[in-house]
Ligand binder design. Structure first.
Ligand code: 6R9
Length: 656
């Protein structure tokens, strides 16, 4: 454990109580209230979740059984019929919320739009009819590759209304990465835009879609719908490509929500794991609806007057659960911002908070570290007094960044919810409840009611207090992923067999290391598998290695993370060249660009180091631990006895 962030976390023991006036109005307002809820859920999970499902959601048909658990396969709310868009839209139209702002959108160039629940409902119904017209039926997969504009949320909701699972691909992924995901999902249609604004430049999304689909590479795709956002010229393929506005204009706004089975597929979202091939994480309808709904309510202490802003992109799970589904299911006002802090406007986030009176702000530690670097004067120059609650997600937050966030952005009056969860978990798992659980900077604190989290060794034995181990969950929860799309075996292997089940006890293996302290607080230490977390984005080392090896000059590659002040980690690649290739600066640049082309800019290696050998064990496994130390410029410590050829290490050291 040589990561500097982890060390500083280990020394942290300050305790911050939720501010009294926050507690006075909070939904869950004491440690006792939390404990009571937790114990009730633990004693009878089915009764607990069943009661919430009844209370919080509207159903077309009730379920017969809350949970059918045949490890590792869980079915929640068996035989229930429901539609998440009914819960996100239609039911609010029956109340005063009909004319409440559902979605506030701010574009990077400064344009903006607000959609009330009634307006959003109308747009979603119309677009669902557009999809129908183009032959999309219940069960067909739809690819969504969009900038952060309202149409991204509208497209997701329209798919869900018809029961056509969506597969959103983050707009920063390359054409190759998009193609792989569309092929894996066998998408029938793709929704995109001509382009999107990103740091004063246009991301040419439609061009990327054209590249991904070139030469019939994805034969399942029949149609492409294109939103006009940036107005730059694009090529429209006759018969295949259609302008959103042309079809939306004439579409009927009458489109009842399709009654879906609780376990019908809602969406697929690809995420990185420890092999080269991204995993299609599958989420289904009812459990995901309930879990994102209730966690949004609990964790953000949602009130009807809130203006809630999550800065994630809809291309990630955070955008799915906490920009779109969770907030809308609660009838909240959710804000979506297209832009990012940039040289021409480094204070844009604070402008947005001031302009709309944002009350809840949810962002990532990497962004907070970047804000610190840009300077306190930027937020100080704006009125941020509307804020009442702050949140973080994506990676462990270092206590220094936590303190800055608490002091400068929150004015020492806003609790911070540090939310640990994953694409796979669907929603928050370990986090403080802002009115109930005292905060320790750097700790995600305690598991939510219904979440039996623990830290164990590889045999499943709980480790001692403050001892490092593997973060596991001991009981299914409604928001959990159901399978890996098209690969149930990988689902079982990756999540349920790392720690062998015993006596009927199955352990969901999260892939994170953690420890638990004397107060039962969890301290997540980061990934224990071959996943690197760059700016809160998950990247598999194998994916980047495969991209490098696909370049003709590369024979072999090993990729590791290196600590970085802002990004958390950055990518360092050790590369062995083919016999005929010679190392050069130009080749380094070319290889970096090659990775960008294959995966996307988020995977650009910070460093390429040429070498003629890699440290391997006798069984041929690359010893990444050693490479990590080398990349970080640290002395290689620990056991090197399994190293096959010790001279490799010396050579690598000299090369560094
Ligand atoms: C929601 C999301 C999941 C991985 C997860 C862990 C890291 C996320 C964290 C955190 C410490 C937190 N992670 N939140 N680590 N504290 N509050 O980020 O999903 O992209 O699937 O990443 O991110 O390592 O395993 P995803």
């Amino acid at each position: 454990m040589s990561h500097p962030t982890i060390e500083s976390i280990l020394q942290e023991n300050r305790l911050f109580h939720p501010p009294a006036d926050f507690v006075a109005k909070a939904r869950i307002n004491s440690l006792e209230a939390y404990n009571a809820l937790y114990e009730r859920a633990k004693a009878d999970p089915a009764a607990f979740w069943g009661e919430l499902a009844q209370q919080e959601l509207e159903w077309f048909q009730p379920w017969d059984q809350v949970l059918d658990w045949q490890p590792p396969n869980a079915k929640w709310f068996v035989n229930g019929k429901i539609n998440i868009t009914y819960n996100c839209l239609d039911r609010h139209l029956k109340t005063w919320r009909k004319n409440k702002a559902a979605l506030i959108w701010e574009g990077e160039p400064g344009d903006s739009r607000t959609l009330t629940y009634a307006q959003l409902h109308r747009e979603v119904c119309q677009f669902a009819n557009v999809l129908k017209q183009l032959g999309v039926k219940k069960g067909d997969r739809v690819g969504i590759y969009m900038p952060m504009i309202p149409e991204a949320a509208i497209a997701m909701l329209a798919c869900a209304r018809l029961g056509a699972p969506h597969s959103v691909v983050f707009g920063g992924f390359s054409a190759e990465a998009l193609r792989d995901r569309l092929i894996d999902a066998q998408a029938k249609l793709v929704v995109t835009a001509d382009g999107g604004w990103r740091k004063d430049a246009i991301v040419p999304l439609k061009d990327q879609v054209d590249k991904a689909l070139a030469h019939q590479a994805v034969p399942s795709v029949e149609n492409v719908l294109v939103v006009q956002r940036t107005q730059q010229p694009v090529t429209m393929v006759p018969g295949r490509d259609h302008w959103w506005h042309d079809l939306q204009k004439g579409a009927s706004a009458d489109c009842p929500a399709e009654p879906m089975d609780s376990e019908d597929l809602l969406f697929i979202l690809y995420t990185s794991g420890s092999t080269g091939k991204p995993k299609g994480v599958v989420h289904t309808t009812a459990g995901y609806n309930l879990y994102t709904h209730i966690t949004t309510q609990w964790v953000f202490d949602l009130q009807d007057t809130d203006v809630y802003w999550c800065t994630a992109d809809v291309g990630w799970i955070t955008g799915h659960s906490y920009i779109v589904y969770g907030p809308l299911s609660n009838g909240a006002t959710t804000l979506m911002y297209e832009g990012a802090p940039r040289a021409s406007n480094p204070g844009c986030f604070w402008d947005v908070i001031e302009k709309y009176g944002v009350t809840i702000f949810y962002t990532a530690p990497t962004a907070i570290r970047a804000f610190i670097k840009m300077g306190e004067h930027l937020p100080r120059a704006r009125n941020l007094s509307s804020l009442r609650l702050l949140g973080t997600v994506g990676e462990p937050i270092n206590p220094e960044a936590w303190m800055w966030y608490y002091r400068v952005i929150g004015g020492e009056r806003c609790p911070i919810v540090d939310t640990w969860w994953q694409t796979e978990t669907g929603g928050h798992m370990i986090t403080s409840l802002p009115g109930a659980i005292p905060m320790k900077p750097g700790s995600a604190t305690k598991p939510l009611p219904g979440i039996l989290a623990d830290v164990v060794d590889l045999e499943g034995n709980p480790v001692g207090l403050n001892e490092g181990g593997y973060l596991v969950i001991r009981h299914p929860w409604p928001g959990m992923m159901r399978t890996v799309y098209g690969d149930p075996d990988r689902f079982r292997r990756t999540y349920w067999e790392h720690i062998p089940p015993r006596d009927g006890q199955y352990f969901y293996f999260a892939g994170d290391g953690a420890r638990k302290d004397e107060d039962g607080y969890f301290w997540v230490m980061g990934r224990v598998d071959d996943v690197i977390n760059v700016s809160g984005h998950r990247l598999g080392t194998m994916e980047i290695e495969s991209a490098l090896v696909s370049h003709p000059a590369v024979a072999e590659a090993a990729v590791v993370g290196k600590p970085d002040e802002i990004k958390g980690e950055e990518i360092v690649a050790f590369v062995i060249l083919e016999g005929s290739a010679t190392p050069s600066d130009a080749l380094q640049q070319e290889l970096k660009q090659h990775v960008v082309n294959e995966i996307g800019a988020l995977a650009r290696p910070a460093e390429i180091r040429f070498t003629d050998a890699l440290p391997k064990t006798r069984s041929g496994k690359i010893m990444r631990r050693l490479l990590r130390s080398l990349a970080a410029g640290q002395e290689v410590s620990g056991d090197t006895s399994t190293l096959e050829d010790r001279s490799v290490l010396d050579k690598l050291r000299q090369g560094a």
